[in-house]
Design a protein around this ligand. Structure first.
Ligand SMILES: [Zn+2]
Length: 89
């Protein structure tokens, strides 16, 4: 039997993809939003393709704000863009 692959929806392009191919964006219990490359941070998560276009789309459509029920300041998006460009350093 093939192992079932956990699928998640990218909040940018809205496509379902295997969880491990996506970047988890997490909002901590303290309200801090960051990228979670290891998938281990506590808090509420949303998923994005490792693709700046998906982040740009999510920003435009406010998908992350909806996912987290919170306002995301511009600095957060800039940080996400930077972290995405740098990858898992
Ligand atoms: Zn995507």
């Amino acid at each position: 039997m093939p192992k079932k692959i956990p699928m998640r929806q990218c909040v940018g392009c809205r496509e379902m993809k295997p969880k491990r191919e996506l970047i988890r964006v997490v909002k901590s219990p303290e309200g801090e939003v960051s990228l979670d490359f290891k998938g281990k941070k506590p808090g509420r998560g949303a998923y994005l393709c490792p693709n700046p276009a998906c982040l740009a789309h999510a920003r435009k459509s406010r998908a992350l704000e909806r996912a987290f029920s919170a306002q995301l300041p511009q600095e957060v998006y800039e940080m996400l863009e930077q972290q995405m460009a740098e990858g898992d350093a």
